[in-house]
Design a protein around this ligand. Structure first.
Ligand code: SF4
Length: 365
């Protein structure tokens, strides 16, 4: 039952389904038995399906094992920050690709958020991102997404628990939305990881159709949007996806998301020295946020992210990107607050463990 899917292994992975889907796929299991099988994976571990599961008939378990298995994503490295409780997990897929997850401590010392990857690499090639330089390998399966959370949970200190999940690791989650939605169903299932949907955030570089589908199919899940810059020329330079889906179209979809879900979206801007940290950038950003509020009735929250430097990022023939100095960042935030837009400075933790998205995997690649 262990190990990744092989071409000969046509069985489906149990971590990719919740109890309802399991009962539908293996009708020999009663709904109660399906719940007990799922629950056993997250309470006693994937190997528990190899043995006896209390109150599940042996004959139904035999049928289950013919059609399904419980593979384990191989953990190859784990680095824990000596300064702030962040931890980075490097996993290897069955074909040897690297993916990352990050454990993020919350204010309450026994609560953590897990940042997960949704793809091997990423096709969107944002200029400031280490993952974008890898190109797209493949979409992760739902079970590979769920496994990242299950394994991070296993390594938490006693009594601690996973409060939330952010899809902000490697990959563009809305480009792998079928599997991301399947993973969310398992993450939120009371028999599996029982995470509150409102503590789950899907972060996108801006795919309008995906934003609309997320609102329709997972209306309790939060949306985060990477803005980079509200100025068209700057954004296009930093995020090539803006050529196919300009920010105005993405914002229309985000406004619809708010109208459907009534949840404030999180807008994120990674500040790069001399690139998107000027007064003009701050004014454009404030106007964008106030416009979304005027159209949707909900003000987006704004997260300013100090840049974690990545070797060689900055584009051919251009100065490498660097972090905006604190004084420039403060002036940027002052321009916003003078217009009534308040921002939160995201603590960019784990600086001592390469916690910027994709850095560890890029180094291995
Ligand atoms: S920032 Fe996100 S969408 Fe952009 S290249 Fe990196 S992983 Fe892909």
């Amino acid at each position: 039952m262990r190990g990744g899917l092989t071409p000969e292994d046509q069985r489906f992975a149990l971590q990719g389904v919740g109890p309802e889907e399991l009962a539908a796929r293996v009708p020999e299991l009663s709904p109660g038995e399906a719940r007990r099988v799922v629950s056993s994976i997250y309470r006693r571990g994937p190997a528990s399906v190899d043995g006896h599961i209390p109150h599940v008939r042996a004959i139904a378990l035999d049928t289950l094992r013919e059609r399904a298995h419980a593979p384990i994503l191989e953990l190859v490295d784990r680095q824990t920050s000596a300064v702030d409780g962040f931890a980075k997990y490097l996993f290897q897929t069955s074909e040897g690709a690297s993916i990352e997850a990050v454990r993020i401590p919350l204010e309450r010392p026994d609560r953590f958020t897990v940042c997960v990857s949704s793809q091997v690499g990423c096709a969107l090639a944002c200029a400031f991102c280490a993952t974008g330089r890898l190109g797209l390998g493949r979409n992760l399966a739902a079970w590979e997404i769920v496994e990242q959370v299950r394994q991070v949970r296993l390594s938490l200190p006693e009594g601690a628990r996973v409060h939330g999940v952010v899809f902000q690791g490697m990959g563009e989650p809305l480009a792998n939305l079928d599997r991301v939605l399947a993973a969310i169903r398992v993450l939120t299932s009371p028999s599996a990881l029982a995470i509150n949907a409102r503590a789950i955030t899907v972060s996108t570089a801006g795919l309008p159709a995906g934003i609309r589908r997320l609102a329709a199919e997972a209306p309790s899940v939060r949306l985060a949007l990477s803005i980079a810059s509200a100025r068209r020329s700057q954004r296009r330079r930093l995020m090539p996806i803006d050529g196919a889906h300009p920010l105005s179209e993405v914002i229309d979809a985000a406004v619809e998301h708010v109208r459907t879900t009534r949840l404030a979206p999180m807008f994120a801007v990674t500040l790069l020295r001399g690139v998107n940290d000027g007064e003009e950038d701050a004014v454009a950003l404030a106007e964008l946020i106030l416009d979304v509020e005027a159209r949707s009735g909900v003000r987006p929250r704004l997260s300013i992210i100090p840049y974690n430097e990545i070797e060689g990022a900055g584009g051919a023939g251009q100065e490498p990107f660097s972090r905006s100095p604190r004084s420039v960042e403060d002036a940027f935030r002052d321009v916003l607050s003078a217009r009534g837009v308040y921002s939160h400075r995201r603590y960019s933790g784990g600086g001592d463990i390469s916690a910027a998205c994709g850095q560890l995997a890029a180094r291995r690649a």
